[in-house]
Design a binder for this molecule. Structure first.
Ligand code: SAM
Length: 282
């Protein structure tokens, strides 16, 4: 895997190991046995790696708050999918920028149609770990190459639920805006749950501080940094007539396993929305 994926795609290892390590705790907020299986499979290769990030992950070294954040976020996105499927039993779930996520295996009810979309080099790795079926398929494409939308539309009448967990903040602002507008035009009435960064992070000196933290604490490459953001969930409603804000979710909203200081952050709007998830009707 070494050298095959970009700095941004490398972040998929952090989320995979976070879910696997959380699963192995005595009181996990998320149970993801498939993530444990894959993490074990990749471990020997990562231990031999030149990358400190990879070696640390393979040794189970990840900050507890990050492990918890990623696991609670994954659980919330599973919930979005389950709620959508309850309302729309014939609906289709599309995981944009899926990385090595194992959501399909966590939520499959035996009927679900599910797509995992990521860059071709990531899908190549996925193909070695899981097999596609009639109901679980891969799309090897940049989310910014809109041909994937036509493929989906030809195959299914919808509605669709699009999940973008840990993706949009790595794409340029204009690209995110154009993408959401295009999705709104192609899939009106479908839903999108997407994680957003706050645009304040793009301003100096916060940008420099955040960049330094990501490089030093996470050992990420220099290109894995946030390139876009919004200041409020409702901002996206102004991108195209008809897009509707439904609700939002922040890590700080959840009480479990967190120090009181973290729970208090939900009362400070800027902290609550430094990086959070927004749910839209397209
Ligand atoms: C932080 S990881 C998140 C992975 C997964 N959603 C999760 O939560 O485990 C970011 C993912 O976005 C993918 N990505 C980055 N740019 C992309 C693009 N233009 N099109 C599709 N996927 C992209 C990366 O390859 C990587 O898998």
């Amino acid at each position: 895997m070494e050298g095959d994926i970009s700095d941004v795609s490398e972040t998929l290892l952090i989320t995979l190991y976070a879910r696997a390590l959380e699963t192995k705790t005595t009181d996990p907020v998320l149970e993801d046995p498939k993530a444990v299986e894959i993490a074990e499979k990749l471990r020997p290769e990562l231990l031999e790696s030149n990358s400190m990030l990879r070696r640390n992950l393979a040794k189970g070294r990840i900050r507890k708050d990050l492990r918890l954040y990623i696991s609670l976020r994954a659980r919330r996105y599973d919930q979005y999918a389950n709620e959508f499927l309850k309302e729309n039993p014939k609906g289709v779930v599309v995981n944009l920028g899926c990385g090595l996520d194992t959501r399909f295996f966590r939520i499959d009810d035996g009927k679900l149609a599910f797509y995992d979309l990521d860059l071709p080099e990531v899908i190549e790795i996925k193909k070695k770990l899981f097999s596609e079926t009639d109901r679980y398929r891969y799309i090897a494409s940049s989310v910014l190459n809109y041909a994937w939308m036509d493929r989906l539309k030809e195959r299914h009448p919808g509605p669709f639920l699009f999940l973008a967990e840990g993706l949009f903040m790595y794409l340029p602002q204009e690209d995110v805006k154009k993408l959401v507008i295009e999705m709104h035009k192609t899939f009106p009435g479908s839903e999108l749950a997407c994680e957003m960064a706050n645009s304040v992070i793009q301003r100096t000196p916060l940008r420099q501080i955040a960049k330094y933290k990501m490089r030093k604490q996470l050992r990420l490459g220099k290109n894995a940094f946030y390139s876009s953001g919004i200041s409020d969930g409702k901002e996206v409603e102004r991108w195209a007539h008809g897009i509707r804000f439904l609700d939002d979710w922040s890590y700080f909203d959840v009480n479990e396993k967190k120090p009181a200081l973290y729970r208090m952050m939900r009362h400070i709007p800027l902290f609550r929305k430094m990086q959070w998830t927004v749910h839209y009707l397209l």
